[in-house]
Write a protein that binds this ligand. Structure first.
Ligand code: ADP
Ligand code: MG
Length: 482
């Protein structure tokens, strides 16, 4: 039997507000345990929550970016459950009237085509604290610094059909929240994490199969692995004639498997009800218009602009706009390179990215700045150095040896374009290679193209890579054919 997978994601992204969603405590990551939890976050009696206006604005910003409806009225609700890191015994979330309703984004599939994924809703809620199991012997430590940090939970329609689509969707949402500067998107610190809902059904069946929910995954790679593992597991269970149990499962990256955590709770288990301590939020159209007028250029629009005004390929444009920082780097590099776009794109997606990956570095920390790279590209353009020598210059810049011009000067890397100097090298090589010359001259023209490579290589070697390759080629052809 052929199976089809159905996936829906719930993404939790921490909003980059300075203070918490219902209190004035700081949200910064990494402080000593429990120094950033005030009476409201601790759920002490007699305190009242006050909504953080910035969190509302950020949620609306996101809604507008995915072309969603922003309802006039939005309500906070209590979601009741008991857990040590949830001091109030309930989480303030949204249930019936979320701040953002139906929207959509486009993802790009591997074959280059694009697909629209529906976003059901996005709602505001508070994050819980953290339970710490290491270093306390048989006890569990509770750190409430995270309690009350604003979260935007973004719920997708069950529109994805394989793990790659789910990853593409997650990456796109990640890129959007970072472009909007509403979240730092830091996945190691848990600022951006997702629950993946997965089910399978016989191909052609309309009805969805029973789903499981894979909780709290905080890397793109793990999402892909967890979903793929879960698809195989569900198919095995069904092909054995058993049934899928609707449950919450945990992905273990060390073992690459998912295992059961608890049976899935239903909405009514949470006894949702409107929080009587918080007034309904009334959103004025003027606020929406104001936020809309300040929306930055988003990834899709930037990509289109890069393709049109910089004449980039779809692949290059996709890569260069995947992060706002990369796009900014590219534009600054093109500026410094005097408008040269193709070489700028090649160097950034090639050499620079390779070096950054090797050192596990962000582009914002690159020792070679956009201006340095652009100035080097200018020297390729004006024939001061060849593309090959440029790699040497780039490495030196990467190692902190200065900018392109001083490296070219200090290391004597200037390209030799003086025809008589090159001619001398060409003559020497020809004189020293009688066998190769004979072979070349006895070969038909279609084979000569390949054989000339030997001579070019020798001349370049003699010049330590500094001869202008185009001139070398032309001179060699002239001499060998005469
Ligand atoms: P809950 O809030 O209880 O987790 P929802 O109905 O809000 O449940 O759905 C949560 C997510 O699960 C959504 O992203 C939705 O697209 C997805 N989903 C719902 N049904 C299925 C299914 N049968 N298979 C895969 N994903 C599903
Ligand atoms: Mg859920």
């Amino acid at each position: 039997m052929e199976w089809e997978t159905v996936i829906g994601l719930e993404i939790h992204t921490q909003l980059a507000t300075e203070s918490k969603i219902f209190s004035g405590a700081a949200t910064a990551y990494g402080a000593e345990p429990n120094v950033q939890a005030c009476a409201v976050d601790l759920g002490l009696p007699g305190v009242l929550p006050v909504i953080n206006e910035q969190a509302i604005q950020m949620a609306i910003k996101f809604g507008l970016a995915i072309e969603a409806e922003i309802p006039e009225r939005s309500i906070f609700a209590r979601k009741n459950y008991f857990y040590p890191d949830l001091p109030k015994g309930y989480q303030i979330s949204q249930f019936e009237l979320p701040i953002v309703s139906k929207g959509h984004i486009d993802i790009q599939l591997e074959d280059g085509s694009s697909k629209t994924i529906g976003v059901t809703r996005a709602h505001l809620e508070e994050d819980a604290g953290k339970s710490m199991h290491e270093g306390f012997g048989k006890l569990t430590g509770i750190d409430l610094n995270r309690a009350g940090t604003p979260l935007l939970e973004i719920v997708s329609e069950p529109d994805m059909r394989n793990a790659k689509e789910a990853v593409a969707y997650m990456k796109k949402i990640h890129s959007i929240v970072r472009y909007l500067e509403i979240s730092d998107g830091n996945m190691q610190e848990g600022s951006f994490r997702c629950d993946a809902n997965v089910s399978v059904r016989p191909k052609g069946q309309d009805e969805f199969g029973t789903r499981t929910e894979l909780k709290n995954i905080n890397s793109f790679r793990f999402v892909e692995q967890a979903i793929n593992y879960e698809i195989e597991r569900q198919i095995d269970v069904l092909e054995e004639g058993s049934e899928i149990v609707q449950e919450t499962r945990l992905y273990d990256p060390n073992k690459n498997e998912t295992r059961s955590m608890r049976s899935k709770e239903e909405a009514n288990d949470y006894r949702y009800f409107p929080d009587p301590d918080l007034l309904p939020v009334q959103i004025e159209q003027s606020l929406i218009d104001e936020i809309k007028s300040h929306l930055p250029e988003l990834p899709d629009a930037k990509k289109q602009r890069f393709i049109e005004s910089f004449k980039l390929s779809d692949d290059d444009a996709t890569l260069l706009t995947s992060q706002k920082e990369i796009a900014d780097f590219f534009e600054a590099c093109v500026d410094a390179a005097g408008g040269e776009t193709k070489l700028s794109a090649n160097w950034i997606t090639g050499e620079l990215t390779a070096n950054l990956n090797k050192e596990n570095m962000d582009i914002t920390d690159s020792p070679v700045t956009a201006e340095m790279l652009g100035s080097m590209i200018k020297r390729i353009q004006d024939n001061t150095i060849s593309g090959k020598i440029a790699k040497q210059v780039f490495e030196a810049m990467w190692n902190g040896e200065g900018d392109a011009d001083s490296i070219i000067e200090n290391k004597g890397l200037k390209q030799v374009t003086d025809t008589s100097a090159i001619e001398k090298l060409v003559d020497d090589v020809i004189a020293n290679s009688p066998d190769q010359v004979k072979q070349y001259q006895e070969s038909p023209p279609e084979k000569q193209g390949k054989l000339i490579g030997y001579f070019v290589g020798q001349v370049m070697k003699q010049s330590q890579g500094k001869a202008n390759p185009k001139q070398v080629n032309e001179l060699l052809k002239q001499k060998l054919n005469s």
